[in-house]
Design a protein around this ligand. Structure first.
Ligand code: PMP
Length: 404
């Protein structure tokens, strides 16, 4: 295993079929799935499919064992101190909606303040708008500066005695900026402010340890880290989750139910109403094991090589504008070409064998601020290679002659 080379990791992914004629660079939207994940799902349905908990039969017991083992796997992966702190959801969006709803219901009074940033994905903005409207919270925003980084000087002026919570992305899905979340969390905690980290773009790519960061909540999606769609995680500190009311009502989340009221189950079940996505969660655990088989350090190192090459290359192409010049960044690059609509450019790239994404990337306010309502975005994962980046750059350079 030590001899496995990460440069050849694409061979683990059936969709690539050992063929490099189509290059997938839309990893910020979703990632491809290795055979190990597909096999774990197939094996689950083939050998022990049954509903979890309270089953007095062997398939139900095995199904519960795999589901709860997945919780241990995920807890260890992000350094959580207990499996009680891991809530399975359908994705980062679902995780943030859960946290925003129950946190605001429990703690927000009219006039309280929540700080967000201008670079949030809609899923870490709209849920706070909805809950803000419901509870009377005021939203404030840390601005993004010219280099695509957060202006922390302005943050100093945003705190007030009414600030209750700060929610921000660890890595921007447009600019690739990696925010100094550990430092920001420390500043927030000095003021008694809780922090939610949107880890949708960071957890798949860099080592994230919730105890080291000391975040209060962390949300992320399974499908962006080689796992199946419809899976996600909300991490929350146990003492915080314990104080929060449930999100959805139904089976599994209750201890006892009377006609006029109910008593809630213990953590983490209080937040997992109904039959969960068992096969998906089993697939997510297989994805975590797969990432661990490379090691997050090696994944990060490989992506750094690809990112450096991509950013340098884009920077040197005169006809192109790259958005986000931050020094600390992950493998996401949004750009435009002079005189060419990003949809045309992206369609052209598809015809040349490259899968990229065009549009506002679910961050309207940031797109407006950048004065680039639509950009083309390339996003790498460890299974991409240097040759693919070079051929993308070559194709972009040649595009000057073809696209107008
Ligand atoms: N936050 C960020 C930063 C993202 O990039 C995304 C996905 N594009 C999300 C949240 C939402 O993730 P999902 O659609 O998987 O719920």
């Amino acid at each position: 295993n030590l001899k496995r080379s990460i440069e050849h990791s694409a061979l683990d992914f059936p969709i690539f079929n050992g063929d490099e004629s189509y290059v997938y660079l839309d990893n910020a939207a979703t990632t491809q799935k290795p055979k190990a994940v597909l096999e774990a799902i197939m094996d689950y349905y083939s050998n022990c499919n049954a509903n979890v908990y309270r089953a007095i039969h062997r398939w139900g017991e095995e199904s519960t064992r795999r589901y709860e083992e997945a919780r241990q796997t995920v807890a260890a992966f992000i350094g959580a101190s207990s499996t009680d702190e891991i809530i399975f959801t359908s994705g980062a969006t679902d995780s943030i909606n859960l946290a925003a709803t129950v946190y605001c219901q429990r703690y927000i009074e009219p006039g309280d303040e929540i700080i967000l940033t201008e670079m949030e994905h809609h899923s870490n903005l709209v849920p706070w708008q909805i809950q803000g409207e419901r509870t009377g919270a005021v939203l404030k925003f840390i601005p993004v500066d010219e280099s695509g980084e957060l202006n922390l000087e302005v943050l100093k002026t945003l705190w007030s005695p009414r600030t209750k919570l700060l929610a921000l992305t660890h890595m921007s899905n447009v600019l690739g900026t990696i925010n100094p979340v550990k430092e920001i969390i420390k500043l927030a905690h000095e003021r008694g402010v809780k922090v939610l980290i949107d880890g949708a773009q960071s957890v798949p790519h860099i080592k994230v340890d919730v105890q080291d960061l000391n975040c209060d909540f962390l949300a992320f999606s399974g499908h962006k880290m080689c796992g199946p769609t419809g899976t996600g995680v909300l991490y929350g500190k146990r003492e915080l989750l314990d104080e929060l009311p449930p999100f959805r009502g139904g089976g599994e989340m209750i201890r006892s139910v009377f006609l006029d009221h109910s008593e809630w189950n213990s953590l983490p079940h209080k937040f997992e109403a109904g039959t969960p996505n068992i096969a998906g969660v089993v697939g997510l655990a297989a994805a975590v094991h797969y990432l661990q088989s490379w090691g997050m350090d090696r994944i990060e190192e490989q992506e750094k090589i690809l990112t450096k090459r991509l950013i340098r290359g884009l920077d040197s192409l005169e006809e192109y504008t790259l958005y986000g010049k931050g020094r600390h960044r992950g493998g996401i690059a949004a750009f435009t070409r002079k005189g060419t609509h990003s949809h045309d450019l992206t369609q052209y790239l598809d015809s040349k064998g490259f899968a990229l994404r065009a549009g506002h990337h679910c961050a309207h306010p940031l797109a407006r601020k950048l004065n680039a309502l639509s950009t083309t975005r390339a996003s790498v994962y460890f299974y991409n290679n240097v040759g693919q980046i070079d051929s993308l750059l070559k194709t972009l350079a040649e595009a000057e002659e073809f696209v107008l």
